[in-house]
Design a protein around this ligand. Structure first.
Ligand code: ADP
Length: 374
């Protein structure tokens, strides 16, 4: 049986392991927290630091394949493992490009993939010299996630909020829609595209609020997005799953925002709403099986369950029974014991043939199900 390792034990790792149970694969997982969401679903748990060279190397050296659920892993160790014959998804070279926002933007430019124009700033002094470039968005090159490495610079006064570290300063896009396009590519170079997802953000928390799939976009825009996602997947020269996040601006122009080299938040609905989920698909890639069918069974919405403001402690799921009574509503709780404001605690997928009903039900779920403390 193939031995496959996952670096990171959060909800993405948890859902990957749920899908792994269908296949002949022995699962290994490394994570610092032995109570992490995925820790109890793997066959073999290793406590360790995914950013530490020795930890990652020692974890991976007996395995056939290794994948990640988060980008902040030690890619030097992955490179060494790859050179010794371990299959790594995504490849360390793709991970290196994506992990660093400067390299990532340069990669898009080199491939002539549309992305908002940018300049590189090494420190705050360099940012100070770029007043002519604003309004813009400052993004730290490494280590930012969930909006924490992103600072909007609308006017001169905002410059002081920028990062005193290597970063990209990119032109502000007048966003009409944010879209995610998930693409799978296997070792043979065969590809499969999921229907695009319309992401709707909570401006306060800067975290994904809810999502609708398939996104309502003109056919031509859809083709553009698919061509971009394919160019990225091929350009990275790596098998795996990639989630390409894009902006459509008010003129209908498409720009790539960023790519995640792994299963993604915007694809959780695929568990119920598509024939082959993104998690199932990644196992098909890793195990060398045929790619799955990405078609939607029904339109779907994902509602993220975030810890309510003002509640910090052991989680209590208010309204859970009411939501479980609803038809075509699927609750996923991530097994996190403690809640805090804004913490991702789970998600709910709603499915409906009718878009109006879908949005109505999504709002109802959001209103009913609250993560508080008991
Ligand atoms: P993270 O990787 O932390 O999620 P993103 O690069 O996705 O950061 O940026 C977070 C959010 O900031 C985006 O979803 C978008 O709403 C906004 N944003 C990012 N870049 C731009 C841009 N160039 N123009 C306008 N808004 C942007």
């Amino acid at each position: 049986m193939l031995k496959a390792g996952i670096l990171g034990g959060g909800q993405l790792g948890r859902m990957l392991l749920q899908a792994a149970a269908n296949y002949p694969v022995e699962t290994y997982l490394m994570e610092n927290d032995s109570n992490a969401p995925a820790a109890h679903l793997c066959h073999h748990f290793t406590k360790g630091d995914i950013c530490n060279y020795n930890d990652v190397y020692n974890f991976g050296k007996g395995l056939d394949a290794i994948t990640i659920e988060i980008e902040s892993v030690n890619e030097d160790a992955l490179e060494k493992l790859q050179s010794e014959g371990v299959k790594v998804y995504p490849s360390p070279s793709a991970l290196r490009i994506i992990k660093n926002k400067i390299r990532q933007k340069e990669f898009y430019t080199a491939l002539q993939i549309p992305t908002s124009s940018f300049i590189v700033t090494k420190n705050i002094a360099e940012l100070n010299e770029q007043a002519a470039f604003i309004p813009a968005v400052h993004k730290i090159a490494e280590g930012g996630y969930d909006g924490r490495g992103v600072q909007v610079i609308r006017e001169k006064n905002d410059i002081s909020k920028g990062f005193d570290a290597p970063a990209v300063l990119e032109k502000m896009v007048n966003i009409h829609k944010e879209i995610s396009q998930i693409v799978a590519i296997n070792d043979k170079g065969e590809v499969a595209l999921y229907p695009p997802v319309d992401m709707v953000f909570d401006p306060d928390l800067n975290l994904l609020d809810y999502q609708i799939s398939p996104a309502e976009i003109p056919e031509k825009t859809k083709w553009k997005i698919e061509a971009i996602a394919l160019a990225i997947a091929k350009g990275l020269k790596s098998a795996g799953i990639f989630a390409v996040e894009l902006f459509i601006d008010r003129n209908g122009e498409v720009f790539v925002n960023e790519t995640a080299p792994r299963v993604h938040n915007s694809g959780h609905h695929t568990i119920e709403a598509n024939y082959s989920s993104q998690f199932d698909m990644l196992w098909r890639v890793i195990l060398g099986y045929p790619l799955g069918n990405t078609a939607a069974i029904l339109p779907a919405a994902i509602i993220n369950l975030l810890g309510e403001q003002g509640f910090d402690g052991e989680a209590y799921y208010e309204g859970l029974k009411e939501v479980l009574q609803m038809d075509n509503v699927f609750v996923h709780l991530y097994g996190k014991k403690m809640t805090k404001p804004g913490r991702k605690m789970g998600h709910v997928t709603v499915m409906s043939r009718d878009k109006v009903d879908l949005i109505h039900t999504a709002h109802k779920v959001k209103h009913l199900l609250k993560i508080k403390t008991g």
